[in-house]
Design a protein. Structure first.
Length: 317
């Protein structure tokens, strides 16, 4: 790690810490013992979500060798929304699967992991099938699941649909604190399992042919890393809801800031940028816009603009 990289990490860490302290301690109106814990839970949710999305996106872009793709391309967000809509459509908002948040959370995570495992088994059980086939099939499934979700939402009872809307958009204002220990436990286990693969990511970023020539078991590594990506995306989506463009924004900013292919630099920098984005965005929502908008709207707007910038830049190369 060069002195420049150390300075960049120090600046990112300092900005993250300052924003977190501003959020926790600024405008402290009301009972301290009530306001401060609620803000702590929000910060914890933002850190967990931001870290999961940033790391999963960097890993996914490394596997696909494409910096404008995110894990949502294989339909994980669509699976989550279909699952939530199906529960409301069949069982109603009084079902234990809705009222018991930890059941809903764990089932959503499990279902999204099974979906990725099914996709991988379907596409890689024959020779000659590559990751691009997986992306194409995932995109088709995502579109299909989205159509099914819309169909059920049209038929659902209007009162049930109002309750369902809380699951359709990412929200950090009403984070269920009971889910944070589950999310933290899953994230720690995923990190312990995934840290051994960081050294392979630099080689995988060279492409399939180079990775195979350099002696890596490409299919096995891709399968295991896709499971890690699915766990992280499922964790973030089930905890706060889908945040479409956050991963695209943070991952590409990390690439530009670090100017390196080394994932030992890219992963922590993407994590810190994600924390800055979420905490800073939530500060804007609460202190500037006075809750007239949501954090997901701000992130998706900024991410959408950045996505168009990336497309225009690539078209000129």
């Amino acid at each position: 790690m060069t002195k420049t990289h150390k300075l960049q990490f120090s600046v990112l860490a300092a900005v993250s810490l300052v924003l977190i302290l501003l959020y926790l301690l600024g405008h402290m109106i009301g009972a301290w013992d009530y306001v401060f814990p609620r803000r702590m839970y929000k910060v914890a949710a933002m850190v967990l979500t931001g870290g999961a999305i940033a790391i999963s996106t960097v890993v996914f872009q490394t596997l696909t060798n494409n910096r404008i793709l995110t894990p949502s391309i294989i339909g994980l967000d669509s699976v989550y929304m279909l699952f939530q809509t199906f529960i409301f459509y069949i069982f109603g908002s009084t079902s234990p699967l809705v009222t018991k948040d930890h059941y809903n959370f764990l089932l959503a995570v499990l279902l999204m992991m099974l979906f990725v495992a099914m996709l991988y088994k379907l596409m890689f059980q024959r020779e000659g099938r590559h990751l691009l086939h997986l992306l194409l099939v995932g995109l088709v499934f995502g579109t299909f699941f989205g159509s099914m979700t819309t169909f059920m939402q049209v038929l659902i009872d209007p009162n049930e649909f109002l309750s369902l809307q809380g699951k359709m958009f990412a929200s950090f204002n009403n984070v269920n604190t009971d889910l944070l220990p589950y999310a933290l436990g899953i994230l720690v286990l995923t990190g312990v399992f995934g840290v051994r693969y960081v050294k392979y990511l630099d080689v995988l970023s060279l492409g399939r042919e180079h990775a195979v020539n350099l002696g890596l078991d490409y299919n096995r590594l891709v399968k295991q890393l896709l499971v890690l990506v699915a766990v992280l995306v499922a964790l973030s989506t089930a905890l706060v809801g889908p945040v479409t463009f956050l991963g695209l924004l943070t991952a590409n900013l990390a690439y530009q800031l670090m100017g390196s292919y080394r994932h030992q630099l890219l992963l922590p920098s993407a994590f810190l940028i994600s924390v800055v984005t979420l905490v800073g965005g939530q500060l804007l929502v609460e202190r500037v816009f006075s809750f007239t908008t949501t954090l997901s709207v701000i992130v998706n707007f900024a991410g959408g603009l950045y996505f168009m910038y990336l497309l225009l830049r690539e078209s000129k190369l």
